[in-house]
Design a protein around this ligand. Sequence first.
Ligand code: SF4
Ligand code: SF4
Ligand code: SF4
Length: 567
Amino acid sequence: IVAANWAAIERATEFLYEYTLPSSPSNFAPDWLPAMTADAPVCIAGTLGEIAAMRGDELPVSIMTNFGEFPVGTSKYEKRAISENVATCDLDKCIQCGKCSMLCPHAAIRINAGKGINGVPMKTPELGTDTEFLLTISPADCTGCQVCVKNCPVNALNMISLDKAQKNDAQIAFDNATKLPPIPKEKLNTNIPKHIELCEHMFEFPGACAGCGETPYIKLITKLFGDRMVVANATGCSSIYGANLPTTPYTTNSQGRGPAWSNSLFEDNAEYGLGMRLALNQRREMLKGLLFKAFNDEDDKIIESLFSEKDIDKQRKNVELVRAKIKGNKQIESLLDALVDKSVWIIGGDGWAYDIGYGGLDHVLHSGENVNILVMDTEGYSNTGGQQSKATPFGASMKFSVGGKEQHKKDLGLIAMMTGAYVAQIAIGADQVQAIRAIKEAEAFNGPSIILAYSPCIAHGYNLSDGPAHQKMLVESGAWPLYRFNPALIEQGQNPLIMDSGTSVAASLEDFLKTEGRFNIARAMNPTKFASLVKKAINDNEYRRELKKHIASFAILRNHSNDEKEG
Ligand code: SF4
Ligand code: SF4
Ligand code: SF4
C-alpha cells in the first residue's frame, strides 16, 4: 500500500499542466458589471472594491480602519455574475406563493407589494384590493442553481441567458425593486411564506455554493428576528459564507437595524453564545439598578413596567421615553438598548453540534438560559471537504467512511428532549409552514431551544436544484421526521411532542438512497456490505420512529400549572 501511494504521488506530475488565469474574476463577468457597483460608498469601493477586483495586494495598510472592521451589508455592491444562465419569472403565470423566494439560497429573488410598483394585481386581498405584486430576480446575483425553477408549483420560472436578462433590463428592475418601501411587518402574517418574503432581507447574496441547503434557514430567521438578533456562529460553511470577505451578507433593514454577528471556534461556539446571553442579562440588571438610583421611589412601578413590557415596538418607544428623561446621563444611555429583548442565536453545522462542540452544546441545553440553537445538518463536515460526522447516516460514503458509514446517526433531537429544551426537526424544502412554525415557537420559548434543520449540500452528490425534492423524499421515508417538542405544553397538561410529518412511512428509504452519490459510491464499492447497511438503516429508523410515536402518545395526567396554583 505504501509503495502504491508513493507511485501515485510520483505519477501526479505527469498530469500537471499550465493554466492561464482569465483576465476577469469570472469567465462570464460581463463588461457592464464592475467589481463593485457605482452606488457603493467611496470608502467601500476604495478598499473592499479593490480587494474584489483582485487588487488587494496593492492597498496600503493606512487605508484600513484602525481595528480592521468591515462594514455590514456590502455583498449587494459586489455583483459577481457567476452563471451564464439565470432565472426569470413569468408574472402572468405566477400564483404569488413566495416559495421560490424562500428557497432561493442566494436571496436573488425579491418580492414586493404596494401601489404603483409596476407589478401585476395581487391575487389575495389582505393587503388592500388595489395592491400590486412584483417579483424580480437579480441576474448578477443568481448562481443559476435552478432551485426556484424546479420548485415553482406552476412552472412560472425559466432559465435564460445572462445576456438576454441584461437586454431585458432585469438588473435595473431588481435594483429598483430593492429601493421600494417595505410593507410594515405588523401588516404581514408571518406564518405564511408569501408574507415572510415581503419582510425585509437581512441576509443577502451569501457566497455559498450554488443551491446550498443551509442559507434559506438563515434568510428566514433573519427576516423574522434580524432587527434584534445577536448571533454566535461556529466555524464552518456558515462562518465562511456569513462573512464571505471582502463583503458581508448580513445587512440592516430600512431603519438601520440588523443582526450583530460574530464567529467563534468549533469547540466553544455554544458557550460563546451563552456568554452573549449572560452579558445581555447583566446589562439589563445594571440598567435596572441605575434607573432605580436615578429616579424617585414613586417611579419604581414605572421602572418595573419597563422591564416587564413584552411588545418589541413598545420596548423601543420606552428607550426613547427614558432617553428624554435621563438627559445626558451617559452611563444609563450606554445601557438603554437593554430595554429591547434580544434574540440570541447560536448557529453552526453538524460537525460543530454533533461532534466537536457537543460538550458545550449539552452544557447550554441544560443552562435554562433563553438562547436559540440552529443546527444546519448536512450530515458531514462540508466546509473541510466532506468528512463523516456523528450526523452521517448508515451507508454514506464520506472521508473516513469511504466504503459506507457503519455506525448509526446520533439522534440529537431525542437526546435534547431529555434536557428540558424546546426541540424541533425541520426541512424547509419539504414543509415551509412547519419550519416557520418551529422557528417562531423556538424563539418564543423562554429557555434553551434547538432546531435541527436538514440541509442539502454539494457533498451529497446530486444536482442541488433537486434539494427540496430530496428533503421531501427523506421525510417521507421516515429517516428525517418533522416534529416539534415544546416543554411549555407539559405545563398545560398536554403532550409536548407533535409529530408534524406523522409516524408512518410513505416512501422507500432504499429508493431514496439510490438518488444520492454519497450512497451510490458505497454501493458500487461493495454491494453486499451496502445492502446490509441499508437494512440496518431501515431497522434503526423504525426503532426511532416507534420510540417517538410512544413518547407522543403519552397522556400527561397531571396539570402542573394547576398544581402550582393549588400549592
Ligand atoms: S414559486 Fe412560482 S408561483 Fe410561487 S412566487 Fe415563485 S414564481 Fe410565483
Ligand atoms: S436559479 Fe438559484 S440563485 Fe437564481 S434565482 Fe433561482 S434559486 Fe435563486
Ligand atoms: S459545502 Fe455544502 S453546506 Fe457548505 S456552502 Fe457548499 S452546499 Fe452549503
